[in-house]
Every structure is written in structure tokens, then in C-alpha cells.
Design a protein around this ligand. Structure first.
Ligand SMILES: C[S@@+](CC[C@H](N)C(=O)[O-])C[C@H]1O[C@@H](n2cnc3c(N)ncnc32)[C@H](O)[C@@H]1O
Length: 254
């Protein structure tokens, strides 16, 4: 029986991911959890049309990116602080935060095509010009296409919890991943996480606290910022009596 509030239908039984020996980055690569997550999924007619219409302008596939750092200034058509949201899901939070932060170049990465297509619909409906999307593995993106110090901020909201103990190793927030992500932040840049799974929250706190490039802005959990929209994950968690916890860390100087 799958844990409530999560999406077991996206889970595949096989793991074909492996360490990439050709990776140029020195950060150690771990087996990607993306192999446990569907890369596709059925799209609605509206999502399909949105994808056809606007993906070429708004999105790129991570595996198709040219080698080296992403040229965000050209893609966004302006220079502005670059913020990365990892695992944008259906894009509720992503679109609202991009709208609230027009001075930020807001980049969303996810593997889930229907979610990105839904985000395209939101971008079109809201007339957003400061949001771009990447489809693929966040680990591949960070290690191969985001330069050290390039990010003003990173956000991971309600990542897949993998609640069973035997699956904890599939969780995104692990020491190697956090070291990689922290190295991509500019000194003073923030890393904001939220989860409604208590055990994962504890793991996040331990992993982030153990990363030398990061400093907790708070003594433990961060107060829930009013500006972070309540998503369906958080609403469901509340209904089921789970508390959501935020963590806000910042990158220190080397
Ligand atoms: C539980 S959903 C949360 C979505 C959204 N942040 C929210 O709060 O509604 C987690 C999302 O992370 C994505 N994801 C998981 N692993 C990923 C990875 N390695 N790279 C990119 N996206 C990933 C999944 O496809 C899924 O859409």
C-alpha cells in the first residue's frame, strides 16, 4: 500500500541508471533516482497542444543541451538573478512564485512531461516572461550545465518522499546531491526546502547541516514563509494531519 499524499503511479520497477564515467564534473555522481520516476505520462489534449505550441520557446530537454554551462542570459533575453526550482510538479507554486518575482530568471526542472505541459498552460494564462523549463534529471543538469556559483537560489518543495525504509536511498536530498547543489549557489544564495514527511524533514536537516558550504538561517526549522503558496500536496498533508516543515540555508564563502 502506497503512502498517502504521494504518487506511486509514477514509480517504475526497474533501475537502469548508472554512474556516468564520462561526466566532466568532479562532484561524485550517485545513481540517479530519476530511473524510478516516469519520464513520460499521459497528457491531456490541452497539455499536448500547449507542449506543441510553446515547448520550443519555453523549454529544453536536459540531454539535448550543448556541453557546458547553460547560457541563461541568452535564453531569458536579459541578465537577472537565476533561481532554480527542482521538481516543479504541476507548476502551481512555480508559476505563482515566478509571477511574484518578476526580477528573477526562474528556471524549473522536472522529468514529468504532463507537469511541465501544465506549467506551460499556466505561463501562457498568466503571461509570464521570466520562466523557462528544463525536462530531465536535476543531477545531470546541475553537474553538467550549471556553473559553480551561477544560482542566486534553489528550491525543492515536497520532493518524492520514498517513505519506505528500503527506498530511502532513492530520495533526492542526499549528501552528494546537496554538496553539488550548494556548489552551484553564489555565496549568500539560498536553498529552500519543504516537506510534509517528518522522517524526510529530519534527514534534510541532518544532510544540509552537514554540508560545509551551507549555513542554516534559523535554529532548526524555518518559519513557514507566507509567500510560499499552499500546494495540493500541502493541503492534503494538512488534511491527513501531517505538518509541513521548511528549511532555509544559505551558501557561505569557501
Ligand atoms: C512530489 S512532486 C512535488 C511537486 C511540486 N514541487 C509540488 O510541491 O507540488 C516531486 C516532483 O519531483 C520530480 N522529480 C523527482 N526526481 C527528480 C529529478 N531527479 N530531477 C527532476 N525532477 C525530479 C518528479 O517528477 C515530481 O514532479
Amino acid at each position: 500500500m502506497a503512502a498517502a499524499g504521494w504518487h506511486p503511479e509514477r514509480v517504475t520497477p526497474t533501475d537502469q541508471a548508472a554512474t556516468d564515467p564520462t561526466a566532466t564534473d568532479q562532484v561524485p555522481r550517485r545513481r540517479s533516482i530519476v530511473s524510478f520516476v516516469h519520464r513520460g505520462g499521459r497528457m491531456t489534449v490541452g497539455q499536448d497542444r500547449a507542449w506543441e505550441r510553446s515547448w520550443p520557446a519555453l523549454g529544453k530537454q536536459v540531454p539535448d543541451l550543448p556541453p557546458g554551462p547553460l547560457d541563461a542570459v541568452s535564453w531569458f533575453g536579459r541578465e537577472a538573478p537565476l533561481l532554480l526550482e527542482i521538481g516543479s510538479g504541476m507548476g502551481e507554486t512555480t508559476s505563482l512564485l515566478a509571477q511574484a518575482e518578476p526580477g528573477t530568471n526562474y528556471l524549473a526542472v522536472d522529468v514529468f512531461q504532463p507537469g511541465l505541459a501544465q506549467l506551460i498552460l499556466r505561463v501562457e494564462a498568466m503571461g509570464l516572461t521570466n520562466l523557462r523549463m528544463l525536462r530531465g534529471d536535476a543531477v545531470e543538469l546541475l553537474s553538467e550545465h550549471i556553473a559553480p556559483g551561477a544560482l542566486a537560489g534553489a528550491r525543492i518543495y515536497f520532493p518524492d518522499p520514498w517513505p519506505k525504509k528500503k527506498h530511502h536511498k532513492r530520495r533526492l536530498v542526499q549528501p552528494d546531491f546537496v554538496a553539488l547543489l550548494a556548489s552551484r549557489l553564489v555565496p549568500g544564495g539560498t536553498l529552500h526546502l519543504a516537506t510534509d514527511w517528518e522522517h524526510y524533514a529530519e534527514q534534510m536537516l541532518e544532510v544540509l547541516s552537514g554540508e560545509p558550504l551551507l549555513r542554516n538561517r534559523y535554529d532548526g526549522w524555518a518559519p513557514r514563509p507566507d509567500w510560499r503558496p499552499v500546494t495540493k500536496f500541502e493541503s492534503r498533508a494538512r488534511e491527513e494531519g501531517r505538518i509541513s516543515r521548511d528549511l532555509i540555508f544559505e551558501r557561505v564563502n569557501d
